[in-house]
Design a protein around this ligand. Structure first.
Ligand SMILES: [Zn+2]
Length: 483
């Protein structure tokens, strides 16, 4: 029997606002535990929450970017449950009438035709605190609670069960993370928990319409963990059915150390949330005018930027995909490309040297010491034949380690390319005279030796000779000897 997996996702993204969703407490990550709290986010009696306007603006940006239908009036709800990290005993969220619905996100897997994944809804809510059970400072029989995260704004993005493989899921998460980074509303860091993903998964015999029993997968904190966990769970469900068993509806936790899924203790998810409209907050009213204001300020989105890079700079699709992956890298490339004639060279340098250097020194491109101007200068020097590509790469390294400008390095180190034919004539003659045996072999037809001569000449000139001129002169001189 061939089975088909059916997967839907719930993604939570933490918004990059300065303050929390219903009070003015800071949202800064990594502060002293329980230092960023007030009566509002602790839910003390007699206090009233006030909605942070920025949260709605950020939510609108994502709604526009995903072509969602924005509801002009939406309701804020209370989701009731007890947990030690939720001192209020309820979470403020949206349930019926969320602020937007029916959006989509385009994905592409393995170069196949792109496909749209439907979004059921996006809604705003507040985060809960954090319990610590297994940290070094917590003994075996105790847990500590940090409520700094209570009231940090989140958007929950619920997809339709449109995924048919773990690969599609990882393409979707990668695209979603890219979009929220482009919008500047979330840093997309899964390890730190600012982007979290839960998955619902079931399998059914291929061709069957009816859905199988689903399980819920939690606790995956990287895109590759999500992919691994889903592959594991698909295999597990197939094995159960092939054995004549039945799938139990349950919540499973991914254990990244053991690479297996483990069932969550059943009491932990047997919730009846008793949702009801939040009596302390008015419905959210979004006017068409407000939507238009946000739309006018929208940044260019990844897929549009990719297309523009391909047409404006005439670079291949592969280059455009790599360069637009991170909006800061895209900006860097554009600043370089605007200054040089050879746009493909700009793309090669950024995709090659720049990304490699960033990885090596573990640095964000925003803090990269080599400015787009300096890189453009190196590329121009190569374009104008003042240095060759190999020396250009040397200059790049020197710029990185010393911070000096490319022209200064070239001047100080005497790296200017030797393009003067008469100078190269003399060096070629010298090399050919010193290697009579190789010259003979070459003349007898062993043309591969051309590389040997080029190597000798480059060594003699410490790499500064213009390779094109060297090849020309060399061929000419060797031909002269034939006659
Ligand atoms: Zn507060």
């Amino acid at each position: 029997m061939i089975y088909e997996p059916v997967i839907g996702l719930e993604v939570h993204i933490q918004l990059l606002t300065e303050s929390k969703i219903f009070c003015s407490c800071s949202t800064r990550f990594g502060a002293e535990p329980n230092s960023q709290v007030c009566p509002v986010c602790l839910g003390m009696p007699g206090v009233l929450p006030v909605l942070n306007k920025k949260v709605v603006e950020y939510a609108l940006k994502l709604a526009i970017a995903t072509n969602s239908k924005i509801n002009h009036r939406s309701i804020i709800a209370r989701k009731n449950y007890f947990y030690p990290d939720l001192p209020k005993g309820y979470q403020i969220s949206q349930y019926e009438e969320p602020f937007c619905e029916f959006g989509s996100i385009e994905i592409q897997v393995d170069g196949r035709e792109s496909r749209k994944i439907g979004l059921t809804r996006i809604h705003m809510e507040e985060d809960a605190g954090k319990s610590m059970h297994s940290e070094s400072y917590v003994s075996e029989n105790e847990s500590l609670v940090d409520v700094n995260r209570c009231g940090v704004p989140l958007l929950e993005i619920v997809s339709e069960p449109d995924f048919r493989s773990s690969k599609e899921v990882s393409a979707y998460l990668t695209r979603l993370r890219q979009i929220v980074r482009y919008l500047g509303i979330c840093d997309g860091n899964m390890e730190e928990g600012s982007l979290r993903c839960d998955a619902n998964i079931s399998i059914r015999p291929q061709g069957q319409k009816e859905l199988g029993v689903k399980t819920e997968l939690k606790n995956m904190n990287s895109i590759s963990a999500v992919e691994k966990a889903l592959d594991y769970e698909i295999k597990r469900q197939i094995a159960v059915l092939d054995d004549g068993g039945i799938i139990q509806q349950q919540t499973l936790l991914w254990n990244a150390n053991k690479n297996i899924v483990e069932p969550m203790r059943s009491k932990e998810y047997a919730h009846d949330y008793r949702y009801f409209p939040e009596p302390d907050l008015l419905p959210i009213v979004i006017t068409e005018e407000w939507i238009e204001q946000i739309r006018a300020k929208m940044p260019e989105l990844p897929l549009v930027k990719k297309q523009r890079f391909m047409s404006e700079y005439q670079i291949p699709e592969y280059d455009a995909i790599v360069l637009t992956d991170d909006p800061s890298v895209a900006d860097y490339f554009e600043s370089v490309a605007k200054k040089v004639k050879d746009k493909k060279a700009a793309s090669n340098w950024v995709m090659g040297e720049v990304l490699r250097a960033l990885k090596e020194i573990n640095c964000d491109i925003k803090e990269f010491s080599l400015t787009p101007d300096s890189l453009a200068e190196i590329i121009q020097l190569v374009e104008e034949d003042k240095i060759n590509l190999k020396i250009g790469k040397k200059v790049f390294e020197e710029c990185l380690s010393t911070g000096a400008s490319p022209s200064k390095i070239i001047k100080e180190k005497g790296l200017v390319q030797i393009s003067d034919k008469s100078e190269i004539y003399a060096i070629v003659d010298d090399i050919l005279t010193k290697n009579p045996e190789e010259v003979n072999l070459y003349l007898q037809g062993k043309e591969k030796l051309l590389g040997f001569f080029v190597g000798q000449i480059m060594r003699e000139t410490q790499g500064k000779a213009n390779p094109k001129t060297v090849n020309e002169v060399l061929k000419q001189k060797l031909n002269d000897r034939k006659n």
